[in-house]
Design a protein around this ligand. Structure first.
Ligand code: ATP
Length: 253
């Protein structure tokens, strides 16, 4: 198998001496959309912080294109293409949509043609001040700006925050298309679980910092009971002492 674009290798993370994510291994391959699911406080955002180099691992490694990122700064990993959609969410209300693409992002140029290709509606709104955009349009601009950085792995934490499900349903497939068309990877945190699974190849479920379950997204989408049970900590054992349930392994003869 080729080297994954992003690999978390037995990652343990925390803010104090007690870890909030334990021994997490996960992979994002070229052209894959991977969901990281789990209830509130499970450690999902903490995991993305470590990938973005905003938090040093207590143990374990984050590898980008097979290279340990431990010696890289947050700006360096982002420049190399491991990008978290974050501050793109905030818009400058007095600037137009077009003007947002002239702003560099931590020194990186934005390619507005990429954003307009994925969101033709943005091109039509180019001259509008962003203070006058709807919440969905602002999120479109945020995602458009993240894609305009041409990430090799894009990490998205709760695209749906504050948005109506119908808008999320329109935005999420863009991530699928981006992965398919550019062979980039996407690592997605999303509370709309079924919507996330519908665009994902594979999903991992974290509960209280432990990987409880992982498997092909279509299989998890079909087995809602297993997914619900995992959120309740009933699948594969509750804490690190037990092995996580891997649906692919479980199905091997
Ligand atoms: N800056 C911080 N300092 C100390 N503890 C933190 C910090 N940020 C998060 N935590 C704690 O780490 C744990 C995991 O939080 P995290 O935000 O990663 O969870 P999450 O799965 O993303 O949750 P949610 O879905 O609610 O966003 C929680 O117990 C949280 O209170």
């Amino acid at each position: 198998m080729s080297t994954p674009l992003l690999e978390l290798d037995r990652l343990t993370l925390g803010y104090t001496s007690s870890p909030v994510v334990r021994d997490l291994s996960l992979q994002v391959g070229a052209g894959q959309v991977i969901s990281l699911l789990g209830p509130n406080g499970a450690g999902k955002s903490t995991t993305l912080r470590a990938c973005s180099r905003l938090l040093d691992p207590m143990s374990g490694r984050v590898l980008f294109r097979g290279v340990d990122t431990a010696d890289l700064s947050a700006v360096q990993v982002a420049r190399q293409g491991l990008v978290q959609m974050s501050d793109e969410r905030s818009v400058f209300r007095a600037l137009t949509v077009e003007e947002h693409f002239k702003l560099r992002h931590r020194g990186q140029r934005l390619d507005k043609t990429v954003a307009y290709d994925y969101f033709p509606a943005l091109a039509k709104l180019a001259k509008r001040r962003t203070g006058l955009l709807s919440g969905g349009e602002q999120q479109m601009l945020g995602l458009g700006r993240a894609l305009a950085r041409r990430p090799e792995v894009l990490m998205v934490d709760e695209l749906s925050l504050g948005l109506a499900p119908v808008i999320v349903q329109r935005l999420l497939p863009i991530l699928r298309r981006y992965a398919d068309e550019t062979s980039s990877g996407v690592l997605l945190i999303e509370q709309h679980v079924q919507m996330a699974l519908s665009i994902s190849d594979h999903a991992y479920v974290l509960v209280h910092g432990d990987l409880i379950l992982d498997g092909p997204a279509d299989q998890l989408a079909r087995d809602r009971h297993l997914l619900t049970a995992s959120y309740m900590g009933e699948s594969g054992g509750q804490h690190a002492a037990s092995e996580p349930t891997n649906l692919q392994d479980a199905n091997k003869p």
